[in-house]
Design a protein around this ligand. Structure first.
Ligand code: SF4
Ligand code: SF4
Length: 381
């Protein structure tokens, strides 16, 4: 996208920003970096001055525009509802056009073209997580036809720290006698990382392939454990298929008595709303219903919850472009967990689990980080 196209697309929206600064305390990157250029107001000023041709795009604007987490917390508190995240992601496309973008993105694009996953792994290893399910016959989860498809996503497929998430979700669906399949090596990245790199047009190939595979297996419902895959399918894929996040399915299964939670979990837990599941897609209550159905668990709500929840630091590809900033944001999240008196933070996202677990380990912070699927399996007994 060039500057003229950016102006056409974004000028009316960015002009709505009256520079009041109400959003500043809600922006995790501003809180971590303490600089105006890391704030929603600063980023909007950059976009406005760029399209008014008063400010050339540069290394400095790149740093500001590519360190936004895409969390959307700024819009939640903005009286003018300025869509700052969307403006920033549109600006990223323009930054790419003039060559000011983190070059690590080029490697990501090449990897996605070659292996169709973000970690450059062999596509056939997408099923590695199944080794965590005891006595599962090989190929048992891959069927030619099924109305329910479990879309696993790249991070949970290939990153050992979070491979227990798909394993646990598969156990839950098996326990509830759901006839489902996975796409295995035929599943491609949903394309979400390309939106964050400012190259959303490259998502088309991924979308076409994944939609075709769903048609081939006769899918009617797709279940996601990854909020970003779920969000991408909701917002970028044109489909009438029923899209469900795992938390929604689990809440339904508990309500219908298809899974029973009988084992007491004597923990004090809080829930972290993943940005792409909560604020960016609107799923707030089902994860809380599941957590509160767990026997023995004491629940504490953090003051900044639901649409005001603070990002874990894992969004917007910032972990890739500025890992220190991402870690600082994760530290802030863990501070909020401890402040509410919780020993466990439950979330529903493999990326949040990775970001918070890594920070807790490195900072020797005594907080357990769990995905909701893990907690449910433990409570199923
Ligand atoms: S984005 Fe909204 S809250 Fe932030 S400075 Fe602009 S108008 Fe104010
Ligand atoms: S989307 Fe999040 S990180 Fe980006 S400017 Fe808004 S509050 Fe800050």
């Amino acid at each position: 996208m060039n500057i003229v196209q950016l102006k056409k697309l974004s000028y009316d929206e960015v002009a709505k920003c009256n520079k009041c600064g109400f959003c500043l305390p809600s922006c995790p990157t501003y809180n971590a970096a303490g600089q105006e250029s890391y704030s929603p107001r600063g980023r909007n000023a950059i976009t406005r001055f760029a399209v008014e041709e008063k400010l050339p795009l540069s290394d400095d604007t790149e740093r500001s525009i590519f360190t936004c987490l895409g969390c959307g917390a700024c819009t939640a508190v903005c009286l003018s509802s300025v869509q700052t995240k969307d403006l920033i992601f549109q600006n990223r496309e323009c930054q790419v056009d003039v060559g000011f973008y983190p070059k690590i993105a080029d490697r990501l694009v090449k990897t996605l073209e070659k292996t169709r996953n973000i970690s450059d792994d062999d596509p056939e290893d997408r099923n590695e997580w199944q080794e965590l399910i005891k006595e599962l016959p090989e190929g048992a989860l891959e069927k030619d036809q099924a109305e329910v498809v479990f879309f696993v996503g790249c991070v949970a497929s290939f990153f050992p720290m979070v491979q227990n998430i798909p394993a646990n979700m598969a156990r839950i669906m098996q326990k509830a006698d759901i006839d489902f399949t996975i796409l295995g090596g035929e599943e491609w990245c949903c394309g979400f990382p390309l939106v964050g790199t400012g190259m959303p047009e490259k998502l088309e190939e991924m979308k076409k392939h994944n939609l075709q595979k769903m048609t081939d297996v006769g899918a009617k419902t797709i279940v996601f454990t990854c909020p970003s895959c779920f969000h991408t399918w909701q917002h970028f894929y044109d489909t009438d298929l029923n899209l469900m996040h795992a938390t929604q399915l689990m809440a339904e299964l508990i309500q219908d008595g298809k899974i029973e939670l009988t084992r007491e979990q004597n923990i004090t837990a809080t829930y972290h709303d993943p940005c792409d599941l909560g604020r960016n897609t609107g799923v707030y209550e089902e994860p809380r219903q599941v957590i509160q159905a767990i026997p023995g668990l004491t629940y504490k709500e953090m003051p900044m919850n639901r649409k005001f929840s603070v990002c874990c630091g894992g969004g917007g590809n910032v972990e890739m472009t500025d890992p220190d900033l991402s870690a600082q944001v994760a530290q802030g999240k863990l501070d909020s967990v401890q402040a509410v008196g919780a020993d466990t933070v439950v979330t529903a996202c493999q990326q949040c689990v990775r970001t918070m677990t890594t920070r807790a380990k490195r900072g020797k912070i005594d907080v357990q980080v769990k995905d909701l699927t893990e907690l449910v399996v433990e409570a199923m007994g």
